[in-house]
Design a protein around this ligand. Structure first.
Ligand code: UTP
Length: 478
């Protein structure tokens, strides 16, 4: 292990090479613990990887490139047409077979900073379920237990954290006995980091001895899968199909046989779920075929006339909103991340406010955006995939993310949507649900994903379990 002095000297040279010497400006004011901390932060930065984005995205603001052609994609509908019915049935069988054979793993990305929610701790520790107040992590674990009950195989779970929340995440799982899973079922690994930049391209200091670092976006998950050894772990275990979801959406089907089966049978390398947009200008990424390739265009980059365009039958022309649920082939991720691969997902620039240390060592809290963050988005891998597909699903069944503390996409709306979905499932099984005058369920209802994964699963389960009574809180958990 080199001494602090040796490490310091090496960084004096290295930072000069990259015009980032200001990061050591306060070195002689730091105590030895702080010096070590600063060196550890610097070790997290891949300076060579920063050089070209600094020029392209920080010093210059890249122009949004509007593709020459933007067409609506071909999609798989929620309900198959009569001539697709056999294809959907075959896909369900193929997906179920792959799950049973242990070929499918769950992959949750949970490395985000969750700034909008403003919760003290990893977002997955946030208590969301309507009756038990189960945290997000627990609902995903229970979903995997539900998959095991149904398919007699417990899927392996890969959990991506960030350096900032890794220890808290692993500790939360351990304190809760992995929510009924075994520690051997879960592989945690951290994603890469990217520094925050001042507009002139210098890396920002959050404190005299701390570099302003943040996770490199959910697109960083592909590289993290490779660098952490998770891909090699999958290969050893015969896992070839990765079911990707995000920590903020407890309605997700963590592992969906139809979706997986369509992915496998069509030879897709990266598949995506979509919902019908709620309105023309909804702030979701939209699937389209851009210059001949399936892609997600961010709502802010889709020209308004296209967002509002209609087909001849009056339906919306660009209607497939991305819900960040994907299936990826392990081979595909291996190909993108192989040593020597020149494939690089594009960076996305976000201007943010962050207290930073100035040249005089003063901590300045800005009134307007003062730093630039760069992140990669996982959906930018779609155009690189062979035969990518889009499957529509029902928003009220599968999508209600916790993003904000209040208002839209907040704990209140997610809880409401969990209760609404559970009420619908129960009613479809012939169980009465009391409703108030506004039509909302009049009592809290919660179905643990370990008890039932969907309405059909619930119908089966209710054959051998007591029916809940209307008017009382209805909890169905195993
Ligand atoms: P969001 O884009 O909602 O970001 O992440 P966030 O960091 O969680 O929240 P804000 O924007 O600070 O409020 C969507 C999903 O992608 C994961 C998040 O954990 C969440 O599951 N994510 C995001 C990562 O895993 N790493 C990242 O670098 C960014």
């Amino acid at each position: 292990m080199p001494s602090i002095d040796d490490r310091h000297q090496a960084y004096v040279r290295r930072l000069a090479e990259y015009s980032q010497s200001h990061l050591l400006a306060f070195w002689h004011e730091l105590d030895s613990g702080q010096q070590e901390q600063l060196l550890d932060d610097l070790d997290q930065i891949d300076f060579a990887r920063c050089t070209s984005p600094i020029e392209a995205y920080i010093r210059n603001r890249p122009a949004v490139r509007i593709p020459d052609t933007i067409e609506p994609p071909t999609t798989f509908p929620i309900e198959p047409s009569p001539d697709q019915a056999e294809q959907y049935a075959a896909a369900r069988r193929a997906g179920a077979d792959a799950i049973r054979a242990g070929r499918v793993a769950a992959f949750m990305v949970a490395g985000g900073q969750g700034t909008r929610l403003g919760f003290d701790g990893p977002k997955g520790a946030f208590r969301i379920s309507p009756i038990r107040q189960a945290p997000l992590f627990q609902l995903f674990a229970e979903s995997l237990l539900g998959v095991e009950r149904r398919y007699r195989h417990r899927p392996r779970w890969y959990v991506m954290t960030s350096p900032a929340n890794h220890a808290d995440t692993a500790d939360f799982f351990a304190r809760h006995n992995f929510f009924g899973l075994s520690p051997d079922d879960v592989l945690f690994f951290t994603q890469g980091q990217m520094p925050a930049f001042l507009p002139d391209g210098r890396i920002a200091l959050a404190e005299k001895h701390r570099v302003a670092l943040g996770p490199d976006g959910h697109g960083g998950s592909l590289r993290a899968l490779a660098e952490s050894g998770a891909l090699a772990d999958m290969r050893r275990r015969g896992i070839d199909t990765i079911s990707y979801f995000q920590v903020d959406n407890p309605l997700v089907q963590t592992i969906d046989p139809l979706f997986i089966g369509l992915h496998l049978l069509t030879g897709s390398e990266m598949s995506s779920k979509a919902v019908h947009k709620a309105h023309d200008l909804e702030r979701v990424g939209v699937f389209c075929v851009a210059d001949g390739k399936l892609a997600v265009i961010e709502y802010s980059d889709l020209p308004e006339e296209l967002a509002r365009a209609r087909n001849s039958d009056g339906t919306r022309r660009f209607d497939a909103g991305s819900i960040a649920v994907h299936v990826l082939s392990r081979d595909f991720v291996e190909r993108l991340t192989a040593a020597g691969s020149t494939i690089q997902l594009p960076w996305h620039r976000a201007d943010k406010k962050l207290p930073v240390v100035n040249e005089r060592g003063e901590l300045i809290t800005p009134a307007s955006p003062n730093i630039v963050k760069l992140e990669m988005f996982v959906f930018d891998a779609i155009p690189l995939a062979r035969n990518p597909l889009v499957l529509y699903t029902r928003r009220d069944e599968e999508f209600s993310p916790v993003k904000n503390a209040e208002g839209a996409d907040s704990p209140a709306t997610t809880r409401r949507d969990l209760v609404r979905r559970a009420a619908r499932w129960l009613e479809s099984c012939g169980v009465g649900v009391a409703r108030s005058a506004d039509g909302e369920p009049a009592q809290p209802i919660e179905v643990s994903p370990a008890f039932a994964l969907d309405a059909d699963d619930l119908r089966e389960q209710l054959k051998s379990h007591p029916l809940p009574q209307a008017g009382k809180p209805m909890l169905l958990a195993s």
